[in-house]
Design a protein around this ligand. Structure first.
Ligand SMILES: Cc1ncc(COP(=O)(O)O)c(C=O)c1O
Length: 363
C-alpha cells in the first residue's frame, strides 16, 4: 500500500459515526424523536423529492457528462466560480480533503475546543498533531489564541466552526476579520459554515468575502442541515483555485446523481426554502429556550438548529434515560460535561423532548 492509498482509505467520522461513540448505544424505541444529529425533520424540499423520483430509473449510469453544469450551478448559487468549488459527499468529505491537503507531519491542526470533532479525528488518524484552544467565555473561537498557537507551531490549519457545533455560538465578524488579516505564515483557515443559514445575528458574516480577496481561506457548507438532505450526502468547499486544486485529489469521486438532481431542483428556490425553514425552526428553538427559562435552566444562546442546556449534573447520567423515553439527544461534549445538546425537531418532537426531559431531570 502506498502512503497515498493509505491516507485515502481513512474514513471521516460523520455525525452519525460520532453519535455511535456516544454514551448511549440503544436499543432505540421505534418512534424515537431523533434530536441527536442536528438534522432537519422536514427532509428534502418537495421539488427535490420529485426530481429524485424521476432520476432513480436512470441511476444505472454515472451521468459524468452532467457534472460540469452541476458544479457551475452550485458555484453560481453562492456567487463563486466553478474553479473555486469542490463538491463532496457531505461537507465531511471536503473537510477531510482539507486535512489531507493542509496538515502534515510538521503542520498541525489548530482548533477551538469543544467543536465538531470529525476534523480532529481524521487528523489524529493520520498521526498528525492537533492543538486544542479553549473557547472564549462566549463559547466561540478565541481567534487570537488560535493564531498564537499556529504561529508557535510554524503554521498549520486553523479550523473554526462558525456557528460552532456544539455550542451554537457565533464567532463575531470582527474576530474572523482579525484572524484572516493576521494569519501566521504557512497557515490556512478552514471555516465550517454548516449552520450559517440559521444565524440571525449581525455578528455572523460568511468568510466567503475573504475567498474573493484571495486569502488563505477555505469555507465549507453543508446540504445536510437547513436543506434537509443529510442522507443524500452533499456538501461543498469554496476557496482560491490553487487551494481547491490541492484538495481535489483527496476527494473520492462525483456525488450521487440522485443528490445532484435534488440540488439542481432546489437551487432556484433555495432562498425562499431557506427563509421559510429558518423562520420555522428558529421559532421552535426560541420557544424551547423560553421553556428552559421558565424552569430556571441555563442555556447557551444559539444561532443554529440545536441548543445546549445546562443539566446541573453529568449529562451522561441522563442520556440513556432519555432514550428509554424515546428521545435521542446529542452525545457528551467534554469538557462541557453538564451540558446537553438538543437538536431542534418539529414542534411535536420538542413537546416529546420537554416531557421526557422534565421527567428524567426531576426524578
Ligand atoms: C459543524 C459540522 N460540520 C460538518 C458536518 C458534517 O456534515 P455533512 O457531512 O453531512 O455535511 C457536521 C455534521 O453534523 C457538523 O456539525
Amino acid at each position: 500500500m502506498t502512503r497515498r492509498t493509505f491516507a485515502l482509505s481513512i474514513p471521516i467520522l460523520t455525525e452519525a459515526a460520532l453519535a455511535q461513540r456516544a454514551a448511549v448505544q440503544g436499543p432505540f424505541p421505534k418512534d424515537t424523536a431523533w434530536l441527536n444529529a442536528n438534522e432537519n425533520p422536514e427532509g428534502p424540499p418537495k421539488v427535490a423529492l420529485e426530481a429524485m423520483i424521476k432520476v432513480l430509473p436512470e441511476a444505472g449510469r454515472y451521468h459524468y457528462q452532467e457534472y460540469r453544469e452541476f458544479y457551475a450551478a452550485v458555484a453560481q448559487s453562492e456567487g463563486m466560480e466553478p474553479r473555486q468549488l469542490l463538491v463532496g459527499a457531505g461537507s465531511s468529505e471536503v473537510l477531510q480533503a482539507a486535512v489531507h491537503a493542509f496538515t502534515g507531519p510538521t503542520r498541525p491542526l489548530i482548533q477551538m475546543s469543544p467543536t465538531y470533532e470529525a476534523v480532529a479525528a481524521v487528523t489524529e488518524a493520520l498521526s498528525r498533531k492537533v492543538v486544542r484552544v479553549p473557547l472564549t467565555t462566549g463559547y466561540y473561537a478565541d481567534v487570537r489564541k488560535l493564531a498564537e498557537a499556529a504561529d508557535r507551531e510554524g503554521g498549520g490549519m486553523i479550523y473554526i466552526c462558525n456557528p460552532n457545533n456544539p455550542t451554537g455560538a457565533v464567532t463575531p465578524k470582527q474576530d474572523i476579520q482579525w484572524l484572516i488579516e493576521n494569519l501566521p505564515n504557512n497557515t490556512i483557515a478552514l471555516i465550517d459554515e454548516a449552520y450559517i443559514h440559521f444565524a440571525e445575528t449581525p455578528q455572523m458574516e460568511s468568510a466567503f468575502k475573504y475567498i474573493k480577496d484571495d486569502k488563505n481561506v477555505i469555507v465549507t457548507r453543508s446540504y445536510s442541515k437547513i436543506y434537509g438532505m443529510a442522507g443524500l450526502r452533499a456538501g461543498a468547499a469554496y476557496g482560491r483555485p490553487d487551494l481547491i486544486e490541492r484538495m481535489a485529489p483527496f476527494r473520492n469521486n462525483v456525488i450521487s446523481i440522485v443528490a445532484v438532481r435534488a440540488l439542481l431542483a432546489t437551487i432556484p428556490d433555495a432562498s425562499s426554502i431557506i427563509g421559510d425553514r429558518k423562520t420555522r425552526y428558529n421559532k421552535i428553538r426560541k420557544d424551547l429556550c423560553t421553556w428552559f427559562e421558565s424552569k430556571g435552566l441555563a442555556y447557551i444562546d444559539s444561532h443554529t438548529n440545536f441548543v445546549m442546556v445546562d443539566v446541573n449534573r453529568d449529562v451522561r447520567s441522563m442520556l440513556p434515560k432519555m432514550v428509554a423515553k424515546g428521545v435521542a439527544v446529542g452525545r457528551p461534549f467534554p469538557p462541557l460535561d453538564t451540558m446537553m445538546r438538543v437538536s431542534i425537531g418539529t414542534a411535536a418532537d420538542m413537546d416529546k423532548f420537554r416531557n421526557a426531559f422534565w421527567e428524567v431531570y426531576s426524578s
